[in-house]
Design a protein around this ligand. Sequence first.
Ligand code: SF4
Length: 448
Amino acid sequence: MGLELSKSMPVLPDNETRGGSYFVANYPPFSFWSPEAIPSALEVLNEPPCPGTPLGLYVHIPFCRKRCHFCYFKVYTDKNSSEIRTYNHSLIEELALYSKLPIIGDRHLRFIYFGGGTPSYLSANQLLDLSAGLKKILPWDQAEEITFECEPGTLSEAKLQALREMGVTRLSLGVENFNDSLLELNGRAHRSGEIYRMYEYARQTGFPQINIDLIAGMLGETGDNWRHCIEETICLKPDSVTIYQMEIPFNTTIYREMKASGRMTAPVADWETKRRWVQQAFEALEQEGYAIGSAYTAVRNPGRVHFVYRDLLWHGADMIALGVASFGHLKGCHFQNVKDFADYISRIEAGSLPLQRACQLDEQERFIREFILQMKLGRISKYYFMEKFKIDIDSAYRETFDWMRNQGWLHQENGDLLLSRELLLQVDSILHHFFKACHQVQASEGRT
Ligand code: SF4
């Protein structure tokens, strides 16, 4: 494969937190996905799958109690129960449309992920009805993991019981911070009392894995408070902890306020401080026996605790994505659904897949996508890329790797490349460098 890779060295962004996206969620960038690519993407759906490719399901629940000031997702805070019922019915109908396609055939689901928005905004009955409807079409009995994202203030004992009944194995709690004033300042709907109460219930309910999400660098964050957040997290003993560094994409309330007041710099900690905070958290968690599993995750028992969704997706799994604005990936093709609620419902009613845009990846783009996603794990197997893509990554990225080694950022261990902690904590800021030259757009494009 002739590779058209960038020859320039990576340039690290400013230390100040400015408006724009930092986190690299996918490749090629969303601005290269288009409605024009839908017809050829539909042809892919009418082909059989690549043998042996795992299949997962992503279910998007776009409802929230209120909009957080840092949120960049398309969320709805005004939908009534009848609209939610209609939406859930559409999700089931959408899966039924996929299930008839040759790309799905008689494949089994290996993982299921309920994301949002706030999936736990749904009532226990809505959740049981939705999961029963989805399971009837594609059974979950062979799924290794069912992840469910929760906002602590939307949970109750009865809802947690319903989630266990549904088969949820990995409960992910969007804690973000333990300080009530900070939660309020950032527009979060929950408070710390709900975190402690619901965590306790969730433990009693017996979920095999509980993850806690934190954000380093929320509005109002201080070194003392962050230390307190780490201590509280450690006391709860979650199976895994995910920490994101605060970014301020353009479609957030915080950015709109920055723009209105003519400020270029976001009113949150700079990148160096946020990295230092994540490093402090990782070190404290390591002292408690956790292992660092990616740029964002610490895991209490890596022999037992896995994140199947992430690991399969980052190694090229297929994933059906249901719901308004959601993203899927099937046989080397990205798909995104329409972003408007009414449009989504009416397209499903008309019996068609509600696609808004697509992007068909060539072989080189599939390689780059997996390579940059696996960089986020901090360990890259040279053997894996040689086996799957027949690419020697040492030759493909020789000059960049030399430069990274000179910085002390890259090491070799038994045929794997290991990223230093310093690089891992800022990995998203260098991933653009590994894109094809034609895809090296600003890191600032909107994501929703
Ligand atoms: S809970 Fe999550 S999805 Fe909902 S508004 Fe807040 S950040 Fe956005």
